[in-house]
Design a protein around this ligand. Sequence first.
Ligand code: SF4
Length: 229
Amino acid sequence: MTVTDLQALAERAGRELEEAPAPEILRWAAETFGERFCVTSSMEDAVVAHLASRALPGVDVVFLDTGYHFPETIGTRDAVAAVMDVNVITLTPRASVAEQDAAHGPRLHDRDPDLCCALRKVEPLERGLAAYDAWATGLRRDESPTRAGTPVVGWDERRRKVKVSPIARWTQEDVDAYIAEHGVLANPLLMDGYASVGCAPCTRRIAAGEDARAGRWSGLAKTECGLHG
Ligand code: SF4
């Protein structure tokens, strides 16, 4: 399929599947792309991986190991790999944290988080996604104003791939209910005051009334890591 075909397919599917339940969106992705489809997961929870494994058993679940994750996040990844019918693929940056410190100075995340995310998230993901035509994310419209317009299926112009967000229309209550009903793995930090889990240096607990992503890059204007821009 050409890039033009993929883009037209994404835009049509975004319209046709807007009201569809998440399992139907993932069935469409599995039937359309097969092994050229993967799920990306931050290991905040395994909801989309669980949904996708039902549509495409053994589906590739891509995880970015930035070198800065909480131990709980690495533990969640290992548990997902052990108990779910998925193929977890861990992507790593070209440089270790020590090598990055040597090249750019320590704590780049405090001084230039955009560069740190570009080196530790954006570049590895672009490399990792080269093998796929379509990727699924757990983005939800209710997470933050920057995500309010997320289509259930859209065109990722930057990577020239189809981007599937099967739970875009879900609320946090929907996620919690799915986790409870299916016993889906979730990061233990979600039970410890964190509403969104990223790299340890750039994530804090949130206070009552804050939106779910307020604990990410707290105090900085930055709200996204560049993966979804
Ligand atoms: S979230 Fe923070 S530590 Fe992680 S890659 Fe981005 S700036 Fe670096």
